[in-house]
Design a protein around this ligand. Sequence first.
Ligand code: CU
Length: 134
Amino acid sequence: MKKSIFIILVVLALALSACGGGNKPSTDLKTEFTDFAFTPNTWVVPAGQEITLTVTNAGAVIHEFVIMKLGATVGDDFGDEDEDNIYWEVEAAAGQTLTVTFTAPAEPGEYQIVCGTEGHFVAGMLGSMTVVAP
Ligand SMILES: [Cu+2]
């Protein structure tokens, strides 16, 4: 009985460590756009550092990766009133893969990530980027 619990724990530990994009700060991010989600949809980055982001749009329509400013969150859907609250954004057409860079925010905290294409936020295309002190 004890042995089987140990094996389960080892398998769980391996599964968690294989997940990658998890909880460790990284300057090399990836995400895939689909209709309508980011996979993965959580990232942890070190404050103030240059971040390389590779986005692959595996969906059928254009998608955006929008980092909202700290404390700013989108309401009902992404609209004109949210434009001033954008920290940084990139968009990719269907089938496109892009590698881009941006400077992580200097202030640690949790930043909302949304797709700014109309209706996509409502469809659940959102995530969060946690900025930690380097
Ligand atoms: Cu989208």
